[in-house]
Design a binder for this molecule. Structure first.
Ligand code: SF4
Length: 688
């Protein structure tokens, strides 16, 4: 019995399934995950978790885990030892750098990996290769939100904590299926709504759970949110309902911005969005009279051709109404992946070193040059989207992708996988032989979060430690160890013994993380960035102004023209998003037996009116065709969607992936694919 007890272990970890960042104790016996127990001291979640955090862990023992490095020999992969794989990758990277130049290599970090691993991936790209071609999957989701906030308030993070949203008088969610995508955060809002009279307005195409609970629910036409946001802001100004004191004290560019609002009349907005003028007036009035307004948004805003501008419009509205610099108010872009915030924070971006310091800033660059002992490139590198285009144009020959199934999650699958086939040398590091890995020349077996130490940063900028619960599956290694081996083989012995040393190095170089240490993060302790040298952190992001020289935020003028619509031929709009039970492309959750059993298949939601018009019944098989490709699915008839709106989950394990339908259109300011602006026609394959 004593021996049995010894094998049972309790370790603190942080969930890998969404940006809420729930932390809990995971109980294990040898490699078996026995249970997950939330902890009252968990800062983001207290005693709550959702189905994924509680039950979604058996993928770590999936028989599909990779346990040997693979090298492509012709059409097949051969298993090799680590030494051989590492020296082969190092040799090929060096050759390509010498023959074609450093900018012929591109690097993609994983938003599921730790902050320390993101730091090392950008260090590898910049220090050893000498390129800024480094990015991460926030390019697919939240970069437009970061852009909108940078422009207006100077920091690309949530204004406060999740507990602050719960205090808001009015919560507005736009383009966010919060109950399924950020379940524990949604439950905080549901509680405040039910018990404390918090008002909830939901703007979304789909009548999901939060929409059903909301005091008001509106369905603006696809891609038109910028218009109602700007019209409501204009109306508030026209009525004199703005927060004049806040504007005078803390905000710049008022006159120029006010002029830019001229075209955004309520009538124009009503015309484009489909929301009646009186309703828009009423929304404006409710916002103006609420003491604190928090606006939460997600991919339903960002993944559009005007995603950055629409995020900017949200921030403009918050500024005009004085909804910054107080608890319960502010901007809450809800980060999707567990560490998508941290992956960008720690420098896996083509234009920023860690802590959002520009590569073009001489002072910043020379700080890193001194620490790393090399000269560094100043010019911004290529983002994910530009890397794929560069391959097609013959300007990028090699890629290294960590923990990202780019060949499924990037828009326009056929275009992306065609690019993979053109690469001279392609390395993928992952847990499984993903669709992307199938195109690789070398596949390196990585270890998941339960098998390593490190830190994650959740949506509220909260840095939390995770501790190793299990030894890595024999043959697999944590990403930070693999990157260190590769660096050493390429002549740079970084010498890290533990991720704590990586964080210490990053903290010494980046003012934003100056006071971050593993000691201060012990157990359930956490820090919200920026963190001063003395360890003071920042739960409320803006307290004494904004991070500009004059401490004033900027109102950012916007214009609008409708760039997306359905056509006579492609007459239906297909929306897409997460399901509660699954995560991202589904590589992990479909390998979790209980979850896969509960929600085994993808589907296409069709409105009752459209089903009637086309004579389709529940269970029919349909084929959706866009200008980029096609996907098939089984019909579910539901009033969650209305009229000519369709919905497909994005997590479908690659079976009928939504990204066969998406094309190359992107947000004009961030290159984020316009995943949510797809027009399709529907063919019925089988009526029922
Ligand atoms: Fe994990 Fe998010 Fe669920 Fe929390 S809400 S348990 S972080 S998936």
């Amino acid at each position: 019995a004593a021996m049995r007890e010894e094998r049972i272990k309790k370790t603190k970890t942080v969930c890998t399934y969404c940006g809420v960042g729930c932390s809990f104790d995971v109980w294990t016996k040898d490699r078996e995950v026995l249970k997950v127990v939330p902890h009252a001291e968990s800062p983001a979640n207290g005693i709550s978790t959702c189905v994924k955090g509680k039950f979604g862990w058996d993928y770590v023992n999936s028989k599909d885990r990779l346990t040997k490095p693979l090298i492509r020999k012709g059409e097949i992969f051969e298993e090799v030892e680590w030494d051989e794989a590492i020296s082969y990758v190092a040799k090929r990277f060096n050759e390509i750098k010498v023959e074609k130049g450093a900018d012929h290599l591109g690097f993609i970090s994983s938003s599921k990996a730790t902050n320390e691993e993101s730091y090392l991936m950008q260090k590898l790209a910049r220090q050893i290769i000498g390129t800024n071609n480094i990015d991460n999957c926030s390019r697919y989701c939240q970069t437009p939100a970061t852009m909108g906030l940078f422009r207006t308030v100077g920091h690309g993070g949530d204004s406060g904590s999740i507990s602050d949203i719960a205090k808001a008088e009015l919560v507005i969610t736009i383009g966010s299926n919060t109950a399924e995508s950020h379940p524990v955060l949604a439950s905080r809002i549901k509680r405040s709504h039910k018990l404390f009279n918090q008002k909830l307005f939901v703007f979304d195409l789909r009548k999901h759970e939060m929409a059903q609970r909301a005091d008001r629910f509106y369905r603006p036409k696809p891609g038109s949110d910028l218009v109602w946001l700007s019209a409501v802001t204009k109306y508030i100004l026209d009525q004199g309902w703005e927060d004049r004191k806040f504007l005078d004290e803390w905000v710049n560019s008022y006159e120029e911005y006010k002029q830019s609002l001229e075209p955004f009349t309520l009538e124009y907005a009503s015309d484009l969005t489909g929301i009646p003028v009186d309703e828009l007036k009423n929304v404006a009035e409710e916002i103006a009279k609420s003491e604190t307004v928090s606006i939460c948004w997600a991919m339903g805003i960002t993944q559009h051709m005007r995603g950055s501008d629409t995020s900017t419009a949200i921030s403009n509205l918050l500024l005009v109404t004085g909804n910054y610099m107080k608890p319960g108010a502010g901007a809450y872009p809800l980060r999707g992946h567990n560490n998508v915030q941290g992956c960008s924070d720690f420098g896996s971006m083509p234009n920023f070193f860690p802590g959002y310091e520009k590569t073009t800033d001489d002072e910043v660059r020379s700080r890193y040059e001194k620490a790393w002992g090399v000269e560094l490139p100043a010019e911004f590198g290529k983002d994910n989207h530009q890397m794929i285009e560069a391959i097609h144009d013959g300007n990028l020959s090699s890629m290294f992708v960590i923990g990202e199934d780019t060949g499924i999650v990037d828009a326009n699958i056929n275009y992306v996988t065609d690019a993979f086939e053109k690469l001279d040398f392609f390395v993928v590091q992952d847990l499984f032989l993903t669709k992307t890995a199938e195109y690789a020349d070398v596949v390196l077996p990585a270890a998941p979060s339960l098998e390593k130490d490190g830190t994650f940063t959740n949506t509220e900028r909260r840095i939390q430690r995770l501790y190793k619960s299990l030894d890595p599956l024999p043959g697999a290694k944590p990403d930070w160890e693999i990157l260190s081996l590769l660096a050493k083989e390429m002549g740079y012995d970084w010498g890290y013994e533990h991720p704590a040393e990586i964080m210490a190095e990053s903290a010494s170089l980046s003012p934003m993380f100056a006071g971050v240490t593993y000691d201060r993060l012990e157990g359930y302790n956490s820090l919200q960035w920026p963190v001063a040298q003395d360890g003071t952190d920042t739960p409320l992001l803006f307290t004494e102004g904004f991070p500009f020289e004059d401490k004033k935020a900027r109102l950012y003028p916007l214009d609008f023209q409708l760039e997306y619509d359905t056509t006579d031929e492609y007459d239906l709009h297909v929306n897409n998003g997460r399901l509660l039970e699954h995560f991202h492309e589904g590589n992990m959750t479909y390998k979790s037996e209980g979850i896969a059993r509960k929600t085994p298949n993808s589907f296409v939601e069709v409105s009752p009116e459209l089903a009637k018009e086309r004579g389709i019944e529940e269970g029919a098989q349909v084929k959706l065709i866009s200008d980029a490709g096609s996907a098939t699915g089984r019909v579910t008839i539901t009033d969650r969607v209305s009229g000519k709106e369709l919905f497909m989950p994005l997590n479908d394990n690659g079976k009928s992936a939504i990204n066969f339908l998406t094309d190359n259109r992107v947000d004009k300011d961030s290159n984020t694919p316009a995943y949510k602006e797809i027009a399709v026609k529907m063919k019925i394959l089988k009526k029922e």
